[in-house]
Design a protein. Structure first.
Length: 338
């Protein structure tokens, strides 16, 4: 089978020694946020999940362009697809990689980990872990399609469907045989969603079964977490998810911590405000002022969560309709942060 595993890691040879990526998160991993964390030392980014079938049905991709567009500040980035039909992946990847803009993606990532009912109910996302034969057929189709453009395919999966079905190690081994170039494991089962504690031991189990580059995800928030993880297993990279929501600085904080440097307990209000406004303005440029402000409401909730009277600021930000209203409140928040 077609495989470029060695080439996959060589993409990162010029990057920082510690490979830290932004995990794909629906509603969060937008182009402006991906660009922001790239400026703040994320090694790579991945788009939020996009339907392979949706691209096939709408090959001009007007409805999904806002998710797929690369940000000028991004370095290495991948497009993540979800679906349940190998033919959809073959066709969608060809459409994407022929495109003059989306074809710039460095690789394609297949979602086999999304736990939400809307996705799993179709047989996609984490539901593919219940059907390893189908998962492998999808991977084979994707690898063959991407190979025509000299691009690679990775897979992100959960540890398993539930505690009785922790099959990430076995599935990773099979996917390696299909030519997949790398694996990311979120160390929770689908049953856990985002609750409970991530079981990092699954990374060691995957490593025993599979020789592919392995990236870990789940409850990784600090340099100390990575040090503890390294005592369990040597990973090739780490994906940071919810810890980056409202804190795009987490990547540089982890890097400084791994160097043994003292990490400031809080970001200055000036840097914080500049980052939030870049995020807001990027969304406005992407989808317009009204829609951009509306979609930023949920992100504002994360940005203000550690501020005194966070609930009050959050409630006010949930009502904003325009940039000026948001800026006025954010200036108050910055002042409150001191």
């Amino acid at each position: 089978m077609y495989s470029k595993c060695g080439d996959f890691m060589s993409m990162f040879s010029a990057a920082n020694e510690l490979i830290l990526g932004l995990a794909p998160m629906a509603g969060t991993s937008t182009p402006p946020f991906r660009g922001l964390v790239s400026e703040l030392s994320a090694t790579f980014t991945i788009s939020e999940l996009v339907s392979a079938r949706g691209i096939v049905y709408n090959p001009h991709m007007e409805k999904v362009s806002r998710y797929l567009l690369p940000d000028p500040r991004e370095g290495l980035y991948a497009i993540q697809l979800f679906g349940y039909d190998p033919a959809d992946f073959s066709a969608a990847i060809e459409i994407l990689l022929r495109h003059p803009v989306y074809g710039r993606a460095d690789w394609i990532d297949i979602n086999m980990g999304c736990p939400v009912k809307k996705v799993c109910g179709t047989g996609a996302g984490a539901a593919l872990m219940l059907k390893p034969d189908l998962a492998c057929a999808i991977a084979a189709a994707a690898v063959a399609a991407a190979a025509e453009f000299n691009k690679m395919v990775t897979v992100k999966m959960r540890s398993g469907w539930d505690v009785q079905n922790i099959n990430a190690p076995a599935l990773a081994r099979r996917l390696e045989g299909e030519g997949v170039a790398g694996i990311t494991v979120h160390a929770r089962s689908r049953e856990q969603f985002y609750g409970g504690q991530a079981d990092w031991q699954v990374f060691a189990s995957v490593r025993e079964q599979c020789n592919l580059p392995l990236c870990g995800n789940g409850d990784i928030t600090s340099a100390e977490d990575i040090r503890r993880l390294q005592e369990i297993v040597k990973l090739d990279g780490y994906q940071i998810g919810r810890a980056a929501m409202g804190n795009p600085f987490v990547f540089e904080q982890i890097r400084e911590g791994m160097k043994g440097n003292t990490v400031p307990s809080r970001i200055s209000s000036e840097r914080w405000l500049r980052a939030v406004l870049h995020h807001l303005d990027g969304m406005i440029e992407l989808i317009g002022e009204e829609a951009g402000c509306r979609e930023m409401r949920s992100q504002f909730a994360y940005y203000v969560r550690s501020v005194r009277d966070a609930a009050g600021f959050r409630d006010r930000l949930m009502q904003i309709e325009d940039r000026q209203s948001a800026v006025e409140i954010l200036l108050e928040v910055a002042e409150r942060r001191g």
